[in-house]
Design a protein around this ligand. Structure first.
Ligand code: ADP
Length: 322
């Protein structure tokens, strides 16, 4: 291995910069030449590849987002687009690629691997929906941002005896909603993985008041069947019968841009090093992730063909604790 490029792709996640920094510096420590690809797969296809030294990744560990830029690139979903990417890498004499990103990005990495190009993925997505890593880069920071919002809503909810609804991100995965709900002591949590009934939610909120609680908070995953918009419509329609109003807050992209937590910076530093070790071993077509607190690799084929499951024991615990 002589020349290795690093790319960030898909949704940005706090800690991506720490992963770039670690990959570049660990690669240089091996005596390799390191490169960065700008703007994800879009930059790869157009040959937007720049040399990167130790100083180029200075002062970025504390920054959210990605200094390399990210993009969503439709052309990369076609074989023609991917072949273009491989041609650009070969033209620059790049021997291997590190892809920092989530599900979509790692599907792209898998296809590159299938074309015979040496690639290693690093698990990075705030949604925590990536098979092959118990936790991905960005999850901890996003979770803490959601939790802070929840804590603030709780103060207002308690002061005014109002019911509040907080929608958090996560695509089709309920992890962020479930963990924010447990950590923030929500009365109800709605996730895509579990069927929910708005009448039951209304009943839970009513019970919360009857038990003397000063607040009632529902955390909803954006991918839940009854998301914030559908629940709001339901509660408005039945306000008279239910006897209370629900106010809705959609956290949206506010969750992404945070200053990466210590956990995310350390995880990203470990994953960057893990990717370089995998490349050194000649272990290609794998995802670097965390398993039982150890940095482990999982074949990308396994990653893309499996769906990460929500921990149902945690869901049951949430029901006991609400
Ligand atoms: P994330 O990696 O955060 O899940 P996306 O799903 O948007 O983000 O994927 C990021 C990029 O990865 C896409 O814009 C596309 O270039 C590439 N990608 C996604 N899905 C595929 C696929 N099925 N085949 C090849 N490339 C893909």
């Amino acid at each position: 291995m002589k020349k290795v490029a690093v790319l960030t792709s898909g949704g940005d996640a706090p800690g991506m910069n720490a992963a770039i920094r670690s990959s570049i510096r660990c690669g240089i420590a091996k005596g390799w030449e390191m490169y960065g690809v700008r703007n994800g797969y879009a930059g790869l296809i157009s040959g937007n590849i720049i040399p990167m030294g130790t100083r180029d990744v200075g002062g970025i560990i504390q920054k959210g987002g990605t200094i390399l830029g990210s993009a969503r690139c439709l052309e990369f979903k076609t074989e023609g687009g991917r072949l273009k990417g491989v041609r650009c890498l070969r033209q620059e004499g790049i021997d291997a690629l590190i892809v920092i990103g989530g599900n979509g990005s790692q599907t792209g990495s898998y296809y590159l691997h299938k074309l015979g190009y040496p690639v290693v993925g690093i698990a990075s997505t705030i949604d925590n929906d990536l098979y092959g890593s118990e936790i991905a880069i960005g999850v901890d920071t996003a979770l803490n941002i959601a939790l802070e919002a929840l804590d603030r809503l709780k103060v207002t909810a308690s002061s005014h005896q109002r019911a509040f609804l907080l929608e958090v991100m996560g695509r089709n995965c309920g992890y962020l909603a479930l963990m924010a709900g447990i950590a923030g002591g929500a009365e109800a949590i709605l996730v895509p993985e579990v069927e929910s009934d708005p009448e039951e939610i209304a009943e839970t909120l009513r019970e919360a008041y009857e038990h003397g609680k000063a607040h009632a908070i529902i955390v909803v995953a954006e991918g839940a069947k009854y998301n914030a918009s559908k629940l709001t419509t339901f509660f408005e329609k039945h306000e008279e019968r239910l006897g209370f109003k629900v106010r809705s807050t959609i956290l949206g992209h506010v969750q992404r841009g945070g200053v990466p937590s210590a956990f995310d910076r350390i995880l990203a530093s470990r994953f960057g090093s893990g990717a370089i070790i995998a490349l050194e071993r000649g272990e290609f077509g794998v995802l670097v992730g965390l398993s039982e607190n150890q940095v482990k690799t999982t074949p990308l084929e396994e990653v893309v063909s499996n769906k990460k499951q929500l921990n149902m024991d945690m869901f049951k615990l949430a029901r006991i604790l609400d």
